[in-house]
Design a protein around this ligand. Structure first.
Ligand code: PLP
Length: 354
């Protein structure tokens, strides 16, 4: 609720409650939560009419160009709890040559690599760690394919929270080193990310850590949601026709879809929606397979492999939310293009070989 003069809420957050994404069952905000009783992700709900009353496009335009400009749409109640490493607005980079080759239109890439720790995992982790701090959590644990762990390590250290991270042994070495250097306890597991997730779930009770896995806590998706808020604002309060999203756990796809709903409800955008497209690698495409067979949930993808480690997710907890967004938006799921590999040449015959 919006209480201007209440010292507990130095700025306004409009969170009303948490809600099970499957059953709609309600849970109180401002308490430590993981999954719902139905074992599904919890989504944060807001007093949207309240936001519409206090927030305008002009007011937003006056604020610093970072993620916290959308604070009314975010769960953190007190400024003092914000854990930030400088989450800038990321640029939309036009790709005219590629667009022309693909048959025209306008093609933009949202360059999320500019965020702290080098990926958009920073959006989610800035929010999850800020909320963990506000709720008094002192130790967070998580499975990761690399980027999420790097972000957790950095934000948790910044907040003085301990972090313990489990990665598949195929995780890029640079990410593993990054996590360690930024203060996390890091473990390599001879399995995939869901095997790591099981270790975190099993160890939770004994170790007393908080499980920060994708969609097992309610706030990473709120952080990723800012990608949708930002995109709409950068496009002059409009949305693209289509969004292609490299999909692992699907957090930002689910988050962006939620952002557009909240933006429409508060009058920032109209009813137009982008077609949401989930893109996966041929070696790990559970959402594409589920989409093509028309099911609501996705089966685990066995022997998952792809060099794109961020999307090597054989089973996503939010599969039904991803598939629902694809359906409701008139979108679809597809395999990514294969990246051309380099041709090996010998030292002495470079020129003739080219
Ligand atoms: C994590 C990640 C993804 C997938 O994000 P999800 O929210 O898990 O779908 C895609 N690309 C990169 C670089 C990532 O780090």
């Amino acid at each position: 609720m919006h209480r201007e003069n209440d010292s507990r809420t130095e700025h306004s957050s409009f969170v009303t409650h948490l809600e099970c994404s499957l059953t709609g069952e309600q849970y109180p905000a401002d308490t430590i939560q993981n999954l719902s009783r139905a074992g599904k992700p919890l989504l944060v709900r807001y007093d949207l009419p309240g936001i519409a009353r206090v927030l305008s496009r002009d007011e937003l335009a006056r604020r610093p160009a970072d993620l916290w400009r959308y604070r009314e749409f975010l769960p953190v109640r007190r400024m003092a709890d914000i854990v930030s490493l400088g989450e800038m607005m990321t640029p939309l980079v036009p790709l005219p040559e590629l667009a022309a080759r693909l048959g025209g239109g306008e093609l933009l890439v949202k360059d999320e690599g500019r965020l702290p720790t080098g990926s958009f995992k920073a959006r989610g982790m800035a929010m999850a760690v800020s909320m963990a701090k506000s709720l008094g959590i002192s130790h967070m644990a998580m499975p990761t394919n690399g980027n999420a762990g790097a972000a957790l390590a950095a934000y948790a250290s910044r907040a003085g929270i301990r972090s313990t991270i489990f990665c598949p042994d195929q995780t890029p070495k640079v990410n593993v080193a990054e996590m360690g250097a930024q203060g996390a306890g890091v473990y390599l597991v001879n399995g995939l990310i869901d095997d790591c997730g099981r270790i975190v779930a099993d160890g939770k009770a004994q170790a007393g850590w908080f499980d920060a896995s994708t969609l097992k806590e309610p706030y990473r998706v709120e952080g990723k949601k800012t990608m949708g808020l930002e995109l709409a604002e950068q496009l002059g309060w409009d949305v693209p026709d289509v969004i292609f999203y490299p999909t692992g756990g699907g957090t930002a796809l689910i988050g962006m879809w939620k952002a557009f709903e909240e933006l429409e409800a508060t009058g920032f955008i109209g009813s137009k929606r982008p077609r949401m497209v989930a893109v996966q690698a041929a070696g790990c495409a559970p959402i594409v397979r589920a989409w093509e067979s028309g099911t609501d949930h996705a089966e685990r993808w066995e022997n998952a492999h792809t060099m794109a480690s961020g999307i090597r997710v054989p089973k996503a907890l939010g599969d039904f939310l991803i598939l629902r967004a694809l359906r409701e938006s008139g979108g679809f799921a597809m395999l990514s293009m294969t990246v051309p590999s380099a041709t090996p040449v010998t030292k002495r015959r470079v020129w003739p070989a080219c």
